[in-house]
Design a protein around this ligand. Structure first.
Ligand SMILES: Cc1cc2nc3c(=O)[nH]c(=O)nc-3n(C[C@H](O)[C@H](O)[C@H](O)COP(=O)(O)OP(=O)(O)OC[C@H]3O[C@@H](n4cnc5c(N)ncnc54)[C@H](O)[C@@H]3O)c2cc1C
Length: 403
């Protein structure tokens, strides 16, 4: 196994060699290049990045070799992340597959499922999506109603999913469905691995206010799955889903200390350029943002260190996620304050200027994706602060329900 120093040198040399030619460089303020390419170009760019990483022995660093990884330690992955943070590697498309689905397949899959699915998933040749949320089941995921009914030696799936990021690019999806029709809430659900090209699946794009359509509605109409499509035990889908959700919050919470807004340094430069930096109220807000960025980075580090010590992700992931969301939203609000109308209207030829408006349109969604702010606060209150649980509201079909 390479020493930390040797490995760091290898990563640095890889990034220095490919960064400029591949367009992975950030600008002098740490901003990534504009992300406005058509979907096919984004996918091709992401796949090329991953394939260059694998060629250099830097793909799936801490994953076991038998599943296509490099077999190195989590420590090596952290070193890679530290070095890559200075660049803008276009790997967002793989966050759901590699960050959430792959750990779930590893934890709950059969050996056959792992060897079949993990290598192409980690290499990005097969993109995955997460089919959990439904119109009536978001925060309250135990309300999932999409049905998987036994059908001969397999299953027949009918129902609707919504907000499915990247379903239009996905070869496979991880589907949470109700497999026991008489069950309610957390019991009677099963997780399935779904080939997204099967008959009976319709994917309809949902256009977001930023203008892009990166998530979808997915309709299942008597879609037939084989018996071995179940991931984890039949009826234990909730347990399997928790693994995905924990990894989701860790992925989001540790991804970028400046969140998805502009870093405080960019806002400070913009305030200076516009003669606003001497306003004490402005200096105070920028200082507060710097402090929050630092806290978010430290929370992310704490989660990473727990993972390095072999501790499974817990509520710390929710804390890091909530903190990152707050930083992003404060950065967006401050940008609006500093730039005024230029944060929402810009010269069409100036693609960098568009990034201000993109931030305004995309940060509100951070309070919702991967668990809402309110749900994160509930989790922290109950699991970290030890406060009493929320009063349970009876479902409509339970005594006291439908009040
Ligand atoms: C950008 C983006 C990408 C997404 N990608 C995916 C994806 O790939 N796959 C997927 O399955 N889903 C995805 N989602 C869906 C996301 O997980 C859900 O939107 C989220 O869980 C909230 O569910 P909901 O929209 O049904 O809102 P609801 O659960 O209906 O919540 C509505 C409001 O009520 C509040 N609320 C609900 N329950 C409580 C409570 N107990 N206490 C206090 N307040 C409460 C919420 O905080 C929220 O403000 C994505 C969402 C976004 C925004």
């Amino acid at each position: 196994m390479p020493s930390d120093d040797d490995f760091r040198r290898r990563v640095r040399s890889f990034l220095a060699q490919h960064g400029p030619a591949e367009g992975w460089l950030r600008d002098e303020h740490g901003r990534p290049p504009p992300d406005d390419a058509p979907n096919e170009v984004r996918v091709a760019r992401a796949r090329r990045c991953l394939s260059l990483l694998f060629e250099a022995g830097l793909g799936a660093i801490s994953w076991p070799q038998r599943y296509g990884g490099q077999g190195l330690s989590n420590r090596h992955q952290v070193i890679f992340n530290e070095e890559a943070a200075g660049y803008a590697l276009p790997l967002d498309i793989f966050i759901i597959g590699v960050g959430m689905c792959a750990p779930t397949v590893l934890a709950h899959g059969t050996e056959q499922q792992r060897t079949r699915h993990l290598p192409p998933l980690l290499r990005g040749t097969e993109i995955w999506c997460q089919l959990f949320s439904e119109p009536q089941a978001g925060s309250d995921l135990a309300g999932v109603g999409c049905r998987a009914e036994p059908d001969g030696d397999g299953w027949s799936v009918s129902g609707q999913k919504v907000w499915t990021s990247g379903a239009h690019n996905a070869a496979y999806g991880m589907l949470l469905a109700r497999s026991d029709p008489g069950s309610s809430r957390h019991a009677g659900m099963t997780m399935f691995i779904v080939d997204m090209s099967l008959p009976g699946i319709e994917i309809r794009p949902l256009r977001q206010m930023s203008g892009v359509a990166r998530f979808n509605e997915v309709f299942f109409d008597s879609c037939r799955l084989d018996q071995d499509a179940a991931l984890g035990e039949v009826g234990q889908g909730w347990r399997t889903a928790i693994t995905t959700l924990m990894n989701e919050r860790v992925s989001i919470g540790t991804s970028n200390p400046a969140g998805y807004g502009h870093p405080a340094s960019v806002l400070a430069a913009e305030a200076r350029r516009r003669g606003r930096i001497d306003d004490p109220a402005m200096t105070d807000r920028i200082s507060q943002l710097i402090i929050r960025e630092r806290i978010t980075a430290l929370l992310g580090k704490r989660v990473t260190e727990a993972l390095l010590a072999g501790v499974q992700p817990g509520p710390e992931g929710s804390l890091a996620k909530l903190s990152g969301t707050q930083v992003s939203k404060e950065s967006a609000a401050l940008a609006l304050e500093i730039l005024g109308s230029e944060a929402v209207a810009w010269d069409a030829a100036d693609s960098l200027a568009a990034s201000w408006a993109t931030v305004q349109c995309s940060t509100p969604g951070l309070s919702i994706a991967g668990g809402t702010d309110e749900i994160m606060r509930n989790l922290l209150a109950e699991r970290i602060l030890g406060l009493p649980r929320e009063p349970k509201i009876a479902a409509r079909n339970e005594p006291g329900g439908n009040l």
